[in-house]
Design a protein around this ligand. Structure first.
Ligand SMILES: [Zn+2]
Length: 454
């Protein structure tokens, strides 16, 4: 553990560390000086460059912390998680029972996850959708705290979005620390097709534009689309036709973009991925069975790819529990191997690769499942630093978050990780003891963090 003093807006802290991973560079920076305060990073010096007097406390001549064996990197961004679900639960009956809670129950189960995420090093979450308004409630809490300035984050306990409003009395809850969080609210799918557990139907509205307008009125920060089904594990393929036409997708994307919002699309199977690419979404989620020519067009159009290995790998790891026979495990392994090969090609092509775990999925715990996803990306063949960039600067650079994090540079918020276990040697080191700084406040975690309820 690296002990560092807390800071305020007027009282900066000067760190001198052996290694800096800035979130975008393809090699580590050595012998780095970082000065920050509660409002953000004031100075970053590379190769021994020391800070100017103006960035320090009056009269300060030496760093507050000298840690030649430490690596400093941006806090991690989980770009695909369903905060309304408890991911770590493996028992299918218990998962079904959990989902029978009302919206208020789901929300009160989701809240304690947030502080644990920060302690694990996850400082931002792009929620990927739920139909009960849990993500919207958490997002509105985060937005309120932004508009009030950075202080303690209080939450009224109300769920915005009308029809799903919680019935219980509003309760004053403190979330401290709370990661940055944004949400699409209910994803958009076609009635009778995949996605009803996390979305609402396009058929509920007169037009795609009306559907998007309703999501935005409910508070959506971005628009989540479900243009395809999912992998049929038994057959080892996506066996259903895509749900949405290119024309529908284009209308949904245009309506979202007209209000300055990004779109992200659940898409597996090359037929559905094709429609998604042609519609101009901002990111392809999952992307199983993506073709090489499609990767090249994604690069050309700056469409990010969030490959989400973790939920499929979990099915292999837990094959006995779920009674998958050898043929099915063979299918799953073939799909994962193909996905890994595509990830390596995507990296070589220069596709914007963004890390997201689909946490909340069966066996994919929030936070820990994300760290597992990073390990799977590395195992697929990405260099560790490329994986870290996918979880920090590349993600922040493409996904248009409402706050400046994910990079260690002057002007970015002071949300970063300090560790003595270099993650650019192997990302598995991110599981180890670390110190997390969030807007200047300091949170320490050891090798065995509290992961209950994630
Ligand atoms: Zn998902």
């Amino acid at each position: 553990m690296i002990s560092i003093p807390p800071t305020t807006r007027d009282h900066p802290v000067w760190l001198h560390v052996g290694t800096l991973l800035d979130g975008t560079s393809t090699s580590p920076v050595h012998d780095a000086h970082v000065v920050y305060d509660a409002a953000g990073i004031r100075f970053v010096g590379r190769n021994g460059q020391t800070p100017p007097a103006a960035s320090m406390r009056p009269g300060q001549t030496a760093p507050d912390v000298v840690a030649p064996d430490a690596t400093l990197l941006p806090g991690l961004i989980e770009a695909h998680a369903h905060l309304f679900l408890e991911g770590g639960e493996l028992d299918l009956d218990k998962r079904a029972a959990y989902l029978k809670q009302d919206a208020a129950g789901l929300l009160s189960s989701a809240m304690p996850r947030l502080e644990k995420l920060v302690r694990l090093g996850v400082i931002a979450v792009r929620d990927a959708g739920d139909k009960d308004g849990v993500g919207l409630a958490l997002s509105s809490c985060a937005r309120e705290s932004r508009s009030r300035g950075r202080g303690r984050r209080e939450f009224s306990g109300r769920i915005p979005g009308g029809e799903h409003a919680a019935t219980g009395q509003p309760s004053a809850l403190s979330l401290d620390p709370m990661p940055y969080l944004d949400s699409p609210g209910a994803a958009i799918h076609h009635r009778g097709r995949y996605g009803s557990f996390m979305g609402g139907a396009l058929e509920d509205y007169a037009s795609p534009a009306d559907c998007v307008a309703a999501r935005i009125a409910a508070g959506a920060d971005r628009i989540k689309l479900i243009p395809t089904g999912i992998i049929n594990f038994k057959l080892g393929a996506v066996t259903t036709e895509p749900q949405m036409t290119v024309e529908e997708l284009r209308q949904l994307v245009a309506a979202a973009n007209a209000t300055g919002r990004q779109t992200f699309a659940h898409a597996s199977g090359d037929a559905g991925i094709e429609r998604v690419i042609e519609s101009g979404v901002d990111s392809v989620e999952h992307g199983f069975f993506v073709r090489d020519d499609q990767l090249a067009r994604m690069r050309d159009r700056r469409i990010a790819w969030v490959p989400t290995f973790a939920p499929v790998q979990l099915q292999v790891d837990e094959a006995v529990r779920y009674k998958w026979d050898a043929a099915i495990v063979g299918n799953l392994q073939r799909i994962l191997d193909q996905h890994a090969a595509s990830l390596v090609k995507a990296h070589a092509l220069g596709v914007l690769i963004v890390a997201g775990s689909d946490a909340g999925s069966c066996g994919v715990a929030h936070g820990m499942g994300f760290l597992r996803e990073l390990e799977l990306m590395q195992r697929a063949g990405l260099p560790p630093l490329a994986v870290i960039n996918a979880a920090t600067g590349v993600s922040a650079g493409r996904l248009g978050f409402g706050e400046n994090f994910g990079r260690i540079e002057p002007g970015a918020l002071s949300r970063f990780i300090l560790t003595k276990h270099p993650p650019h040697e192997t990302v598995a080191h991110l599981r180890r003891a670390k110190t997390v700084v969030f807007d200047g406040r300091v949170y320490e975690s050891d090798d065995t963090p509290d992961v209950t309820g994630l």
